[in-house]
Design a protein around this ligand. Structure first.
Ligand code: BGC
Length: 736
């Protein structure tokens, strides 16, 4: 449809019809073949059948047949014949589940992740989906927060690279095999105080802009069609009614012209926040701030009309929002084909197809991080007598919390992957349960069974595991956190493994066998004591549908681990938030200060984390030359080149992630001790050396100065090229 036709369509709509476009409910509100009208939730909310029928989108129903029937029925009843938009949380996979985004972050491979999201789009669109509520690129520095699993990590530059890649993968050229992408959660949802879900976010404007906003902006710059607001406050104002955020920054500064949707019920929740007395006020605040769609409340449905009729809300604001929604529908081609060629046949062809599974396996292989490998415990030899022990040993929950359309039954478990590799069955035992305490799981407690948690006698399980372990020489101990304690509303105050899992580890360690610890989790856990008890540790995150095969590839050396942490692993919960690009203090703690009390340090633990950002081992070793600069003076507008030689000094072919960090030695405001500015993955054969070069541009040196100008200041910069963020070897250059 041409823009003029869209405008004519808008003019032909009644106020009620326009408001309908700005309201989103899920399918349970609608009258469908199987369901009766005015279902429970609709009645409870006080919305009428007419209001529901006028809504312009639904969320989280999937499947070509279901959605095609839904659209058909909807259009038959609709006066305007504007097709409905189908949105869903397809976060890191539809049916073929890729690793969780924190694992995708650990690949340090945005090109690969773009390819994964392209496949995700192909599966989802075959199943009728038009918009995905992804990527989530909230910057995360607090592993107590359960949603760190959904983010690529703690660094603005890395997150921005992934934000771009994911949007490009999902959207492609927005043909029928691609879908619109909705970046979320705008803004700074990843910084709730104390890591407690939905808690206050409060930070300086400088930090907000410098660190937290950049990845959303990157998504928008790559053409992301939608943005979702967040549950939290920003500078005292809930994001979903925050005019500064949504109008001034998002629309005016970032130039975002697409659709803005609230997070689930977040407009209504501003009453709980205490910035609106009632629903009418909440509706006015949100509409004035430029929110286009109200997700899952009656606030817009029941109040926008009254507000407009009373003259308190300008109808033009409604028209603007509706025009944006119609434009998105038009871009997706829905006016020409409201079904976007979704079909059961397409689904069957593409969902979980070999190509997608292979990509999921490769990606999980790149996401897994080797944290420890004492005495070259890994890779294993096929003849080693192994046993697979632990609650994650033969468990399909490898797809993680937010793979809501994935099926655990399609997952290759660790045991299955290993057995497939060895072409023989291997002894195994569950050993213990996954959770010590289920009393705070609330509504989710009822899901425990469905998530594969059986309750059995602990003693009996441990004894059974010990018996199995005694027969083997090498124990693959598969531990981790339960899916239900990560993800949304999965905040944790204690980041250790559950006690019964620790008891299992103690049993394994006491037997004196080789212990290969495999940890499945949605966040960095505290492994300070655990690491003493294992010969090797592989951190798999929730690796997805092909997790078992990917693990087997790594255990037996077909794939040499190359994953690198995109989030710091704390030494103790007490260090949190702990992240690599922190600020210098006036009394920094340096080695020579070990006898000095009055420096910035803990008296009971190190300042350093357990594993720094960028860390990860390989079966081989790499050595770095000192970095070299093409010039030690940089003139504005020109570039200089920094390079280093990397050598594979070990016995295996491997891939190193070469990381470039820069430190601004003195600025008009305090600058971080180091900032990631680039990285390259290089494959090296044993004995091989490669020179890796980075172009240093003025853009890399910019920050928000004391006058809040985004620019580079003259002065001295330290440049580091190394294997992770703890690199110390540096060279200096001067910006003139
Ligand atoms: C989450 C969003 C999600 C939405 C729709 C909310 O609870 O915060 O990330 O997209 O639900 O399911």
């Amino acid at each position: 449809m041409k823009t003029e036709d869209l405008k004519k369509l808008l003019e032909s709509m009644t106020l009620e019809e326009k408001i309908g476009q700005m309201v989103q409910f899920d399918a349970s509100f609608h009258e469908t073949g199987e369901e009766v009208s005015l279902t429970g939730p609709a009645e409870a909310m006080g919305v009428t059948r007419e209001q529901i029928e006028a809504t312009g989108s639904i969320l989280n129903t999937v499947g070509a047949e279901k959605l095609t029937a839904f659209q058909k029925q909807y259009l038959e009843k609709s006066r305007t014949k504007i097709p409905m938009l189908f949105m869903a949380d397809i976060i890191y996979g539809y049916k073929t589940i890729f690793p969780i985004p924190l694992g995708l972050g650990a690949t340090w491979n945005p090109d690969l992740v773009r390819e994964c999201m392209d496949k995700v789009a192909r599966e989802s669109t075959a199943a009728g989906i038009h918009v995905t509520f992804s990527p989530m690129v909230d910057l995360v520095r607090d592993p107590r927060w359960g949603r760190v699993l959904e983010s690529p990590g703690e660094d603005a530059y890395l997150n921005s690279r992934f934000a771009r890649a994911m949007v490009e993968g999902f959207q492609g050229n927005l043909d029928e095999e691609h879908m619109a992408s909705c970046v979320k959660h705008f803004a700074a949802y990843g910084a709730p105080e104390a890591g407690r879900e939905y808690n206050t976010v409060d930070m300086s404007e400088r930090r907000l802009r410098q660190d937290y906003l950049r990845s959303y902006q990157a998504a928008i710059d790559s053409g992301c069609e939608m943005v979702m607001s967040s549950f939290n406050t920003v500078d005292g104002i809930p994001a979903s009614v925050n005019r500064t955020l949504m109008r001034d920054i998002l629309r005016n500064e970032f130039g975002f012209g697409g659709v803005l949707i609230s997070d689930y019920a977040s407009i209504k929740e501003v009453i709980n926040h205490g910035v609106a007395e009632n629903e009418e006020e909440a509706a006015l605040l949100a509409a004035e701030a430029g929110m286009d769609i109200d997700m899952m409340t009656d606030v817009y449905a029941n109040h926008l009309k009254k507000l407009t009729e009373k003259g308190e809300l300008d109808e033009e604001l409604i028209d603007e929002g509706v025009m944006r929604i119609l434009t998105l529908k038009n871009k997706l081609g829905l006016f020409e084909d409201p079904y976007r060629k979704a079909s059961r046949e397409r689904e069957e062809k593409v969902v979980l197809c070999r190509e997608h599974r292979e990509l999921a396996r490769k990606t999980a292989g790149e996401a897994i991080v080797l944290l420890e490998n004492k005495n070259k415990a890994l890779p294993l030899k096929e003849e080693e007598k192994i046993a697979v022990i632990g609650p994650y040993g033969d468990c399909g929950a490898l797809i993680g919390m937010w793979a809501i359309h994935g099926d655990r039954k399609d997952t290759v478990t660790f045991k299955q992957g290993i057995e497939g590799r060895l072409q023989r069955s291997v002894p195994s035992a569950e050993g213990c349960g996954m959770l010590d305490d289920t009393s705070r799981l609330g509504d989710f407690a009822g899901l425990l069974e469905a998530f594969g948690t059986k309750s059995r006698d602990r003693e009996e399980m441990l004894l059974e595991a010990e018996k199995t372990a005694r027969e083997a020489d090498t124990l693959i101990l598969c531990l981790g956190e339960h899916t239900l304690v990560s993800g949304e509303a999965g905040s944790r105050g204690d980041l250790s493994l559950p006690k019964q899992q620790l008891a299992l580890l103690d049993m394994a360690a006491a037997l004196g066998k080789k212990v290969i610890l495999v940890i499945c989790a949605g966040r960095p856990l505290v492994l300070t004591e655990v690491r003493e008890k294992a010969d090797a540790i592989l951190y798999t995150w929730f690796p997805g549908t092909e997790g078992g095969n990917a693990l087997a590839d790594i255990l037996y050396g077909t794939v040499n681990p190359s994953g690198r942490l995109s989030m710091t692993f704390p030494y103790s919960v007490g260090q949190i938030p702990v992240y690599y690009n922190s600020f210098m203090t006036g009394r920094p703690y340096r080695e020579e200060d070990s006898k000095n009390r009055f420096v910035s340090k803990y008296v009971d633990m190190p300042n350093e984390p357990l594993y720094p950002f960028g860390y990860g081992l390989s079966y081989t070793q790499f050595s770095y030359s000192s970095p070299i600069l093409s010039r030690d003076e940089m003139v504005r507008g020109q570039t200089i080149t920094a390079s280093a030689e990397i050598t594979n000094t070990g016995a295996y072919e491997g891939t190193e992630t070469v990381q470039l960090y820069i430190r601004d030695m003195a600025g008009s405001v305090v600058r971080p001790v180091k900032e990631l500015k680039g990285f390259q993955k290089v494959a090296l054969k044993p004995g091989e050396t490669k020179k890796v070069s980075f172009e240093i541009e003025e853009e890399m040196l910019k920050f928000y100065t004391k006058d809040m100008e985004y620019k580079a200041e003259n002065g001295r910069f330290a440049l580091f090229i190394g294997e992770n963020s703890s690199v110390e070897q540096s060279v200096y250059f001067q910006l003139k």
